[in-house]
Design a protein around this ligand. Structure first.
Ligand SMILES: Cc1cc2nc3c(=O)[nH]c(=O)nc-3n(C[C@H](O)[C@H](O)[C@H](O)COP(=O)(O)O)c2cc1C
Length: 439
């Protein structure tokens, strides 16, 4: 992550503050204020209770993520699968390196203990991604799981149902043993991106990271558990999930923008912490673009490849303004095309596509004003809306607030589409206002 930090610094994108900042709420508040304005990445060098500087809002824009992958900000759907599956890599995805000599041991409480939202139950680690191996096959998995600080020896972690780490943990429990895992804070950016991607259970996500990087990931051994971790990771917390043990965790202000109440969650016993020399700690404000964007991009890319496999004319897919809505841009080829797209999206994105809007190729799907304009001018509420009653979308929905789906065909009526030619004033884009009014 430090190479990327340097790049941000050299490009003049990084905001740096040396002012003392409280770990409870203040760091998160400054981050949120910046996210609402310039949305630049921030380095806090003087955070209460820790010697480590804290980097926030690192991956919080489509442009920055695209830049890491060397693609355009609108190329995710078309390029993601190609990069993640094939990449520019030839040869092995991992390379073993010896234990670096710049590592020092630390306690969890030496790290920034940051409290984010008003009613959070305590300090949380939000950017840590867990590396663990499938108990039988040994396939490594990477995934994010918020972790509440309890003590230097104990964290409590949200392992949502259906996530691979949850399955590993439950399988290890059935085998009567704890599950060893390493929490990676600040690995190289491609490892971060691979962790957010929904890849099949059998896939080694470190291979995905290597494909994205176009180079093998350098792995070093852990000190307390039998696991290899990416050597460049700034901070590693080693430990194990206790078998058949669940303890209260929460409340926590999470990605949907609400608090999740206290619930019994997994217990992570800390066995050791290692910190690189001059380590930088990565923090994420939950629910901000930095968290949600990675999810939106990977869901959009997956939906794009799945529906493109069964339908023609799919140009692009975006999950905006939030991951529960899928917007699809198509080139219409037959009457009813958009309606088939809606059904296909619902079938292929069962967890996330609560809403689906289909627009034509002349509508910018990344601009929600444009998308709304298409709904206003091209959709009939009595005919172009598909309601699917009583089907769940988001799985964690005990009260059925996320049941039911709505699709809107906001494309122009196929037989009369020439009547929906958008008016254009020739030359607008070329006008140089300074030539008329001065600067
Ligand atoms: C910053 C961030 C925080 C996340 N926090 C959690 C969490 O606390 N619990 C959880 O189950 N999933 C969380 N997720 C979602 C999963 O980590 C993510 O969907 C991951 O791809 C799941 O990996 P898997 O497909 O290997 O199971 C988070 C995702 C991000 C990007």
């Amino acid at each position: 992550m430090r190479h990327y930090l340097e790049r941000l610094r050299q490009r003049g994108e990084l905001l740096v503050t040396h002012r003392p900042v409280a770990a409870r709420h203040e760091l998160a508040a400054v981050t949120e204020k910046v996210q609402r304005t310039s949305n630049r990445p921030i380095l806090f060098t003087n955070v209460e209770g820790t010697e480590l500087p804290v980097l926030t809002n690192t991956y919080g824009s489509r442009e920055r993520l695209a830049d890491i992958l060397g693609i355009g900000p609108r190329d995710f759907c078309r390029k993601w699968n190609e990069l993640a599956n094939l990449g520019g890599l030839e040869g092995p995805a991992k390379r073993s390196v010896p234990m670096p000599n710049d590592l020092r041991d630390a306690k969890v409480s030496d790290l920034p203990l940051l409290t984010y939202s008003e009613r959070d139950g305590g300090p949380y680690f939000t950017s840590a991604l867990f590396l663990a191996e499938e108990p039988e096959t040994g396939v490594p998995n990477l995934s994010f799981h918020r972790s509440m600080f309890v003590s230097d020896e104990e964290l409590r972690c949200r392992l949502a149902p259906t996530h691979h780490l949850t399955m590993y943990h439950e399988k290890a429990e059935r085998m009567g043993r704890p599950l060893e895992a390493a929490m990676l804070i600040g690995p190289q950016p491609e490892v971060f991106l691979a962790a957010a991607a929904p890849v099949p259970y059998e896939t080694d996500e470190l291979e995905v990271a290597a494909n994205l990087a176009g180079a093998p990931v350098e792995m070093r051994p852990c000190k307390h558990i039998d696991l290899m971790v990416p050597a460049s990771t700034e901070v590693v917390i080693e430990g194990r999930f206790l078998a058949n043990e669940r303890r209260p965790e929460g409340p926590f202000g999470e990605f949907m923008g609400y608090y999740v109440p206290v619930g019994d969650n997994a217990v992570f016993e800390v066995l050791g912490v290692s910190v690189r020399e001059d380590a930088v700690f990565h923090s994420i404000n939950c629910g901000s673009a930095e968290e949600v964007l990675t999810l939106e991009l990977s869901i959009a890319a997956t939906t794009y490849s799945r529906i493109s496999a069964v339908l023609p004319g799919i140009l692009d897919v975006a999950c905006l303004p939030f991951v529960l809505q899928t917007v699809v841009q198509i080139r219409q080829e037959f009457e009813g095309h958009a309606r088939q797209v809606i059904l296909s999206v619902f079938g292929n994105s069962p967890v996330w596509a609560k809403y689906c809007i289909v627009v034509d190729e002349d509508v910018d799907l990344y601009d929600l004003h444009e998308v709304s304009w298409a709904v206003m001018t091209r959709a009939r509420p009595d005919r172009d809306v598909i309601i699917v009653p009583e089907t769940p979308s988001f799985y964690r929905d005990a009260h059925h607030d996320h049941w039911g789906r709505m699709g809107i065909d906001a494309t122009a009526p196929f037989p009369r589409r020439e009547q929906f030619l958008r008016k254009v004033v020739p030359g607008v884009d070329e006008v140089d206002l300074d030539a008329y009014f001065g600067s």
